[in-house]
Design a protein around this ligand. Structure first.
Ligand SMILES: NC(=O)c1ccc[n+]([C@@H]2O[C@H](COP(=O)([O-])OP(=O)(O)OC[C@H]3O[C@@H](n4cnc5c(N)ncnc54)[C@H](O)[C@@H]3O)[C@@H](O)[C@H]2O)c1
Length: 247
């Protein structure tokens, strides 16, 4: 059990990659706190509690400082300390050419996918510094490394998460507080499942590995970064993308 005795906050743990991370971390002995805007997180947490894993859900909006501060406070109050943050909450965008950009849609994606990560890091780092360190994993994307036509705010936000991660890692490099990010390729989550079959087919064709990734495969990489097995790694962006960015 690589996370035995550790407390982990996972944002966006109600579905997809975040839910897979919550399940894997719990199996590895962590106490789980899921912060999500969707009450679907209740059933994810209930399944952990039913399996005798310490877990709780707090309704959370990562764009709100007071909501995120409360999430970290509750984790500390309930489980005594905070060791791991996975800043995973995110939303996709409506693809549009820049000359037709809708600034309201742009701002929503920036608020959740970028500012939400910064706010989550802010309040988690405070708790971790108080207990002598920790591990933060931010969820980026292949679109933080390569471009894609008609992607605007999502590409901008994810690229910013990659460099935010590097700078934040350097800030805390001597505080035993490691900060890394994971950049998934296309993962089999509701986000992709709900696309038309033709679009799904085109996406799979673009994956060198010839298939979509499973949320559990991303969770494995996040577990590595959360655990002491990655003690030499900070400021890294690990591409879990089936070869997408190798082309
Ligand atoms: N699925 C993919 O192919 C893929 C690829 C690369 C990166 N990612 C990234 O992985 C992360 C998880 O994506 P997923 O595919 O599991 O999506 P998902 O939609 O299954 O999960 C995202 C979760 O974030 C939550 N969320 C949204 N807005 C929130 C807010 N304001 N506050 C708190 N929670 C909020 C949602 O309720 C949801 O539970 C995202 O950051 C996404 O950008 C996904």
């Amino acid at each position: 059990m690589t996370l035995k005795g550790r407390t982990a906050v996972i944002t966006g743990g109600a579905s997809g990659i975040g839910a897979a991370i919550a399940r894997l971390f719990a199996a590895e002995g962590a106490r789980i706190v899921v912060g999500d805007i969707s009450s679907a997180a209740e059933s994810v947490v209930q399944s952990l509690v039913d399996a005798d894993r310490p877990a709780l859900y707090l309704p959370t909006d990562v764009t709100s400082e007071s909501s995120v501060a409360e999430l970290m406070d509750v984790a500390e109050e309930k489980f005594g300390r905070l060791d791991v943050l996975v800043a995973n909450a995110g939303v996709p965008e409506e693809k549009t050419p820049i000359h037709e950009l809708d600034l309201v849609a742009w701002q929503r994606v920036i608020d959740i996918d970028l500012t939400g990560v910064a706010i989550s890091n802010k309040y988690a780092a405070r708790k971790m510094l108080a207990v002598g360190g920790g591990s933060i994993i931010n969820m980026a994307s292949i679109l933080g490394h390569v471009g894609q036509a008609n992607s605007t705010a999502y590409s901008a936000a994810k690229a910013a998460v990659v460099n935010f991660t590097r700078s934040t890692a350097l800030t805390y490099a001597q505080d035993n507080l490691r900060v890394n990010c994971v950049s998934p390729g296309y993962v089999n989550t509701p986000l992709i499942e709900n696309l038309p079959a033709e679009t799904r087919g085109r996406i799979i064709e673009r994956m060198p590995i010839g298939r979509l990734l499973e949320p559990e495969e991303i969770a494995d990489v996040v577990l590595f970064l959360a655990s002491d097995a990655s003690s030499s790694i900070t400021g890294a962006a690990i591409n879990a993308d089936g070869g997408y960015t190798a082309i």
